[in-house]
Every structure is written in structure tokens, then in C-alpha cells.
Write a protein that binds this ligand. Structure first.
Ligand code: ATP
Ligand code: MG
Length: 353
């Protein structure tokens, strides 16, 4: 019997509703599979905690989390009472950086029963593997000169180690999927970073000769996400390009409330963190109308991370059964509550496993 220690941080707003929903689903998973058990420890960190203590999480927060197998996060943010940079840097960014979560995984796919803005959404099922720690989002740069001669420099930093590691991760993931990796590039415009990116992609691909590869300029690729999303399997992208592509991925699924993500520590030295893409959504918090699917799918990604892909697939199937039968929250055109959708997913899962 395996027991996984999970640090649970519901956080703020709808995080407090969708995290319990996902835990309910995980409870069903463990009831039906005695060889996988969870030990959940909840931490009341976030904006309320900040208003009481002056910190989003305690000073030794990272040390506390370090002993866990994974961190399961809802959302943080309370823009009315806590400035965004405090809620973001005080918890999320600290964990991502402190635990060297250098890869951000964001899947997007079509679920039957959803209203996608695409004409023909059938069959798309993509995972974007985004570099999460360097690239275009660097602190390096600054303003030189002022007035008419003002010049601003924003550097992008790519290290061979991290670039290679993100590529390798993408290829390994493709091996478990439809065996195709597309690299997002722009070597015709960014003449230093992207030729390097292409070079590393080509090198790593030599170790995976059975995987199909393509490289496509980011502008064309963004357009193809809308016109032919079904032609992609795994897409590997730098920090900025991945950020943009995954927003498109979320949009074509139908609602941000559907989208999950994982922040992966590749070496396994520190825990990885699983969180939905959406924020705390203060406009709908406390109303039992938040879509729990993003958080539940996030739990599925945590199961994958623990090597339990088959169970993860069952969770995904239960989600699709429920969207197909029309039990949906208002953001995806339904009139069901958070708890109704969650209970329906649990019921479906019980029938599947
Ligand atoms: P953050 O800065 O934390 O990303 P945000 O305000 O940019 O927050 P969200 O909190 O994700 O973004 O909210 C954006 C919009 O999407 C809001 O109108 C919100 O109600 C809606 N939304 C977000 N998540 C969900 C969800 N799970 N279910 C339904 N609607 C959601
Ligand atoms: Mg936001």
C-alpha cells in the first residue's frame, strides 16, 4: 500500500470551494483502490492569513512543505484587500522558485458537451510543456539614457541545462501519448535565443528517433491552435510562448474554469505543485457556482505524477461523462452548482473503477 502525503492549500476565494471538491474525488479514488491512500494536511495560508499575520505563509513554510509528496493548491488572491504582488510573490512564486519547479504543464482538450468557440472542437488533446523559470521572463535589463534618447533593454536568458531538461521532459511525455512533439520557435526574428532553442531541440530529438517532431514559428502556431488544434500532441515552448499558447488552449476548451496545471520539479528533490489555471475569482466566490473541473483535473495530473495514469484516465472519463450528460456550472452554460457537479463526477467514478 502506498500512502502519499499531500500538502493542501485551498487559499482564497473559490479555492476554498473547488479544493474540497477535488479532495472528495480523490477520496473516491482511494476508497476504490486500497493500494493508493492519501494523507492530506491542510494549511490555511493565503490572504486571510496575511491579514492576520502580515505574511501569506509562515517564514518556515517551504521547510514545512518540503517533506510532502506534492503540494495541492487552489488559488491565491484577494485584490480588494491584498495587493496582487504580495499574494503572488508571498506564496506562489516562492514555492515555484524555492522548489525549482522549472516546468509548467498545461493540458487542454475537448470534452463532449462543452461549448467551444471552435467550429469543430472534436479531437483536440494537447499538452503544452512550458519552461517555467527563465527565458523571456528574466529580471535582466533596464533603462539606459533618458528623454529622447531613452533606451530600454529586456534580456531573455536561456541556459543549456534548463532548455535541455524541458525538451527531454516533452519527449518523455510524448512517449506516453501520441508520440509527437512540436517546438514553438521564432528563429527568424529572435536571432540568438531561438536558433539555440532549435539546436537543443534537434539534439534531444536524436535520443527519441521514434517520436515525430515539428518546429513551427510561434505566430503560425498560435493561429493553428485555433484552426487545427487536433494536429498537436505535446508542444514544447519557452516561458513567454508557453504562456500565450496555454491561454489559447484554455479559451478553446470553453472556460478558464476547466484548465489544470502542474509545476514540476524535474529532479524529484522537491515536491511538485498542482494548481488550476484560474484565480480566486472573487466575483463568484461563496456562491457554490465555481466550476470544480479545473481543480479535479489538476488532481488527475497529480495522480499521473505518482505514476497512476490509469486512475487518472478514469477521473478524466468521469468528468467527460458529466459534461456530456449536461451537468455543468454556469461558466460552461449549465445551471448546476459546484457540489452537484462534484457529486455527479464522484458517482460516475464509482461506476467506472
Ligand atoms: P488571478 O489574478 O488570480 O489570475 P483573475 O481575476 O485574473 O485572477 P480569475 O480569478 O481566474 O482571474 O477569474 C477570471 C474570470 O473567470 C472571472 O470572471 C471568474 O469568475 C471566472 N472564473 C475563474 N475561475 C472560474 C471557475 N473555476 N469557475 C467559473 N468561473 C471562473
Ligand atoms: Mg489573472
Amino acid at each position: 500500500m502506498e500512502k502519499k502525503k499531500i500538502a493542501v492549500i485551498p487559499g482564497d476565494g473559490i479555492g476554498k470551494e473547488v479544493v474540497p471538491a477535488a479532495l472528495k474525488v480523490l477520496e473516491v479514488v482511494s476508497q476504490l483502490n486500497e493500494d493508493l491512500q492519501f494523507d492530506f494536511t491542510e494549511f490555511p495560508w493565503g490572504s486571510e492569513f496575511y491579514l492576520k499575520t502580515g505574511e501569506m505563509m509562515p517564514k518556515d513554510g517551504l521547510e514545512t512543505l518540503r517533506d510532502f509528496d506534492a503540494v495541492f493548491l487552489g488559488a491565491v488572491g484577494d485584490p480588494e484587500r491584498v495587493p496582487d504582488h504580495i499574494s503572488l510573490w508571498g506564496l506562489l512564486i516562492q514555492i515555484r522558485r524555492g522548489f525549482q519547479q522549472t516546468i509548467n504543464l498545461r493540458p487542454a482538450r475537448y470534452f463532449q458537451g462543452l461549448d467551444s468557440p471552435l467550429k469543430n472542437p472534436n479531437g483536440f488533446d494537447i499538452v503544452v510543456v512550458r519552461e517555467n523559470s527563465e527565458g523571456e521572463y528574466s529580471d535582466s535589463g533596464g533603462r539606459i539614457h533618458h528623454g529622447e534618447d531613452e533606451i530600454v533593454i529586456q534580456n531573455a536568458i536561456f541556459t543549456r541545462k534548463r532548455t535541455e531538461s524541458v525538451m527531454r521532459y516533452a519527449f518523455q511525455l510524448a512517449e506516453k501519448r501520441r508520440k509527437s512533439v512540436t517546438s514553438a520557435t521564432k528563429s527568424n526574428g529572435l536571432v540568438h535565443s531561438m536558433p539555440f532553442w532549435d539546436e537543443v531541440f534537434a539534439e534531444v530529438s536524436e535520443d527519441f528517433t521514434h517520436i515525430n517532431t515539428k518546429k513551427i514559428h510561434i505566430d503560425a502556431l498560435a493561429a493553428m491552435f485555433v484552426t487545427n488544434p487536433e494536429s498537436f500532441d505535446v508542444v514544447v515552448a519557452s516561458n513567454l510562448f508557453g504562456d500565450i499558447l496555454t491561454d489559447i488552449g484554455g479559451a478553446i476548451m470553453g472556460s478558464i474554469g476547466m484548465a489544470p496545471s502542474a509545476n514540476i520539479n524535474v529532479t524529484g528533490e522537491y515536491p511538485s505543485m498542482f494548481e488550476p489555471v484560474h484565480g480566486s475569482a472573487p466575483d463568484i466566490a461563496g456562491k457554490n457556482r465555481a466550476n470544480p473541473i479545473g481543480q479535479i483535473w489538476t488532481a488527475k495530473m497529480m495522480l499521473d505524477h505518482f505514476g497512476k495514469q490509469a486512475l487518472g484516465e478514469e477521473v478524466l472519463q468521469a468528468i467527460e461523462n458529466v459534461t456530456k450528460q449536461g451537468c455543468k456550472t454556469p461558466d460552461i452554460g449549465g445551471s448546476c452548482s459546484t457540489t452537484e457537479v462534484t457529486d455527479e463526477i464522484c458517482r460516475n467514478l464509482q461506476n467506472l473503477i
